[in-house]
Design a protein around this ligand. Structure first.
Ligand SMILES: O=C(O)CCC(=O)C(=O)O
Length: 237
């Protein structure tokens, strides 16, 4: 797909909200070999075949242990080359004015269907790098949808605008995310909002790495097939 320059409204949205969704960056046919390769790997590893789980080894783990185990077990040839394209790197350069660098390549984010009832309780909100809200963007993380991911289908959740929350309020917000009894109030006070990175195969979310995010429960009946790349940023000459 031809690279395009981001519009000013997209740049403004990203800087205000801490993320930007790019629709259908990759075509379904471009992603098909990845989907087939994931299904072949899950079958080879005796995790999933013919639309059913095989054995209990992964079903006994918690949803998030399952995601990290699958991410380390499943090897997908061509994952990084297929997803981390010039268009993605161009968009990141537009957003930051710096040159993106991805030293660790791309990792799969997979979860099996029917992990349990969807809930905002006991999630694992975190940031992957420590950085100040008023400093430079420390990096950008791309989240790619390799297959369609419906609502409550295990997509990553991000807390829009959390890259701007500082000081005592940031501490209180993290506390409320752990014990979400008063979550609505905490989101309102901090002017943040939970967004679900669900959508269609080919959609890509670019996220400021200061934004809080978490894996979520896959309550749907299809495998969640996503992947991620973390980009550091170099000053462009
Ligand atoms: O599995 C997910 O959706 C979350 C991934 C995540 O938190 C991360 O890559 O930092």
């Amino acid at each position: 797909m031809a690279a395009r320059t981001l519009k000013q409204s997209e740049l403004d949205f990203f800087h205000d909200e801490g993320y930007l969704r790019l629709n259908l960056v990759h075509s379904k046919s471009h992603l098909k070999p990845l989907r087939e390769s994931i299904l072949r790997e899950l079958s080879r590893l005796k995790v999933w075949a013919g639309g059913k789980p095989l054995g209990r080894s992964l079903s006994d783990l918690s949803p998030f242990q399952q995601i990290s185990k699958l991410s380390s077990m499943v090897k997908i040839a061509g994952l990084d080359e297929t997803l981390n394209t010039a268009e993605i790197r161009g968009a990141i350069a537009d957003l930051t004015g710096r040159a993106p660098q991805s030293d660790q390549g791309s990792q799969p984010l997979l979860s099996l269907p029917h992990q349990g009832p969807w809930s905002l309780r006991n999630l694992a909100w975190h940031v992957d790098v420590a950085a100040k809200p008023d400093g430079e963007i420390p990096g950008i993380q791309a989240f790619y949808l390799i297959d369609d991911v419906g609502p409550q289908g295990g997509a990553t959740l991000a807390l829009a605008r959390s890259h701007r929350v500082a000081g005592e309020l940031a501490g209180r917000l993290r506390g409320s995310l752990k014990m979400p009894g008063d979550l609505d109030a905490a989101l309102s006070v901090s002017n943040t909002e939970i967004i679900e990175m669900s959508g269609r195969a080919g959609d890509v979310f670019l996220m400021d790495m200061r934004v809080l995010h978490t894996p979520s429960i896959n309550s749907a009946d299809r495998i969640r097939m996503m992947a991620t790349t973390r980009f550091s940023l170099r000053a462009s000459r």
